[in-house]
Design a protein around this ligand. Structure first.
Ligand SMILES: *Cc1c(COP(=O)(O)O)cnc(C)c1O
Length: 343
């Protein structure tokens, strides 16, 4: 039998790590009464990680509370990130880098000649040093970024190319172990039973799993694959022992702790399916929740489909993990505005 930790004990493990306060916490846990009524299934609630505050919010505000101080402590003085032109991660890294006073270089794929809108616009306002690659250059974005890194090294800097060394992203997961303690309190205050959390399959959900298992909670988890830059297999599930060690915990997350749904991906990252487009409109026109075309819209489409298909039991309380991504609706304005069906 594993020894469970009290919330205070788990907190004391987290408190050993360096942290900076950048997220607005706690984020709300709210009901979605009109979506619940429309779907006629289990009660649906939502955890508002879109409201973490930092430059339009999202889950990465919590990640960077731990990830940024770790990077700074390792002595890095400039970060280099390779992302897609519409990436939330790119924007939130720029915001967190400003907060700690770190120089930030952003190599963006498929970004040349794009409308400067959504996350790309915010990247620019935040002052990220932008390298907008065309289609040809995007084929070797890693080579491009490595060259920048070598040039900076020659100038005497210590650049951190994020794609070369992913351990800090595991450190970032601690933000969601912390969020698990917060969510436990909110769930108890609202007297919710048989909790089943659904969200994008990634670090955030795994952080919640660690918190739940450490404290001996019976929460269930469904992760929705969106085919983004940090794949589950071969990366996240491979590093479960690293975070266990980092936090010195008796347990960690395992692949079997999460039901993974990968049928909602569509053509892949950055291509919105008709189902996702509809789900965005349904969440907005019931409980006024805005989801994004890549991540949370896909998770919302999965939630709606799973309730309709009996993928949750009636006595469960489904909690939708809204991980943010709001500026992306402006990037995909044309596709969203072309939506015709009545919801
Ligand atoms: C980055 C991102 C995710 C995935 O993040 P994880 O850290 O892997 O959980 C999910 N949703 C949005 C909106 C994101 O920007």
């Amino acid at each position: 039998m594993t020894q469970h930790l009290t919330p205070d004990e788990l907190q004391s493990h987290i408190d050993k790590l360096p942290r900076m306060d950048i997220a607005h916490l706690p984020t709300p846990l709210e009901e979605m009464p009109r979506l619940t009524e429309r779907l006629g299934g289990p009660d649906i609630w939502i955890k508002r990680e879109d409201m973490t505050g930092l430059a339009y919010g999202g889950n990465k505000a919590r990640h960077y509370e731990f990830e940024m101080p770790h990077v700074a402590e390792e002595g890095y003085d400039v970060m280099i990130n390779i992302m897609d032109y519409h990436s939330n991660n790119a924007r939130m890294t720029a915001a967190a880098a400003n907060k700690i006073g770190m120089r930030y270089i952003l190599v963006l794929r498929n970004a040349a000649n794009r409308n400067v809108q959504g996350n790309l616009l915010i990247d620019k306002i935040l002052g990220a040093e932008l390298h907008l690659l065309d289609e040809y250059q995007s084929g070797d974005a890693e080579g491009y970024a490595t060259k920048l890194k070598e040039e900076l090294e020659a100038e005497g800097h210590k650049p951190y190319l994020i794609q070369d060394y992913l351990f800090p992203r595991i450190v970032g997961m601690v933000g969601f172990v912390q969020a698990g303690i917060e969510l436990k309190e909110q769930i108890e205050a609202a007297n919710l039973k048989n909790v089943h959390i659904i969200g994008v399959a990634g670090r955030s959900l795994c952080g919640f799993i660690i918190a739940a298992k450490s404290m001996g909670l019976d929460w269930k988890f469904t992760g929705v694959t969106v085919n983004y830059d940090v794949p589950l297999k071969g990366y996240i599930f491979e590093h479960n022992k690293d975070i266990q060690e980092l936090l010195d915990l008796p347990v960690t997350f395992e692949q079997s702790d999460m039901r993974v749904l990968d049928q909602y991906v569509g053509e892949g990252y950055g291509v919105m399916t008709a189902q996702v487009n509809e789900a965005i409109h349904i969440a907005a026109q019931t409980d006024a929740i805005i989801c994004d075309p890549n991540y949370t819209g896909t998770a919302m489409a999965a939630l709606i489909d799973q309730v309709e298909e009996g993928g949750f039991s009636e006595d469960e309380t489904v909690i939708f993990l809204h991980t943010g991504g709001l500026p992306a609706v402006f990037t995909f304005a044309d596709q969203l505005a072309a939506f015709k069906g009545k919801v």
